[in-house]
Ligand binder design. Sequence first.
Ligand code: AMP
Length: 280
Amino acid sequence: MELIKTVDGFLNWRKNQSASLGFIPTLGALHKGHLSLVRTSKKRCNLTVVSIFLNPTQFAPDEDLNSYPNTLKEDIKHLKTLNIDVLFLPTEDEMYQRTDDVNVPVTKLFNKLEGASRPHFFYGVTTIVAKLFNIIHPTHAFFGEKDAQQLYIIKQMIAQMNYQIILVSCPTIRDQNGLALSSRNQYLTAEEQFKASVVHKGLMHIKDALDRGQKNPIILKQAFEIILHQTPEIQIDYISIACTKTLEEITGIVEGAVLVSTAVFFKAVRLIDNFTYSSL
Ligand code: AMP
């Protein structure tokens, strides 16, 4: 594995490669979810590049940029074991020195769900992903379904900007109790993580109810709220049942493909999870 810290260094490496190249952008603090994306890339592509960059433009001033978990030594060990080709590890200066006021393509999906609670978030995400795509020049990019809205937005960005990149979506990896793995889970104790797995259980309750024929989104969301209210540490930010294409909230009867997604605060820790459901 080569460790490259500069844009010029990466471009220099890249110009000698013509094989298929899978790319996995991350914020670091890698867990089995990230590593499953890496494994999928290793299977699909000749070369695999991972970036670790804690992107400041996707954090609001009151968010956890300064306390975000940093496990770089272990991350490097994991990536070496998986035998990736390059770890791209740029500094903030390296990523933003050439353009500190950049406009990214904005889509109507930006202000829904996560964007409603974190208005800055997708501007930061698409800015850094576009910059990384332009540097890494991957043939394939691997993103997790855990961040479903991000996946949809990157898909739109690839289409709108004519990136010649195949987007591969990868399933959410969970712990043994169902809690979706997240770097932010490190903020929680083992007991708190167990309690937080109620988020997944609540979502699965919605799925079961849909399977049984309950198609009223108000009733489905109420059932989720009742389940989560049994854990006093949890505060629901949103529970949404939305059209997978527009992310508009379903107001009538649930039909077609929907994204059922939620964000909650466990004490101060923000956790997200989702599943997609198609009644066709
Ligand atoms: P992050 O470092 O949180 O920006 O995540 C980097 C990539 O890993 C994104 O494409 C995420 O969707 C993906 N990812 C994060 N957590 C998981 C998980 N539990 N399962 C699968 N993919 C994940």
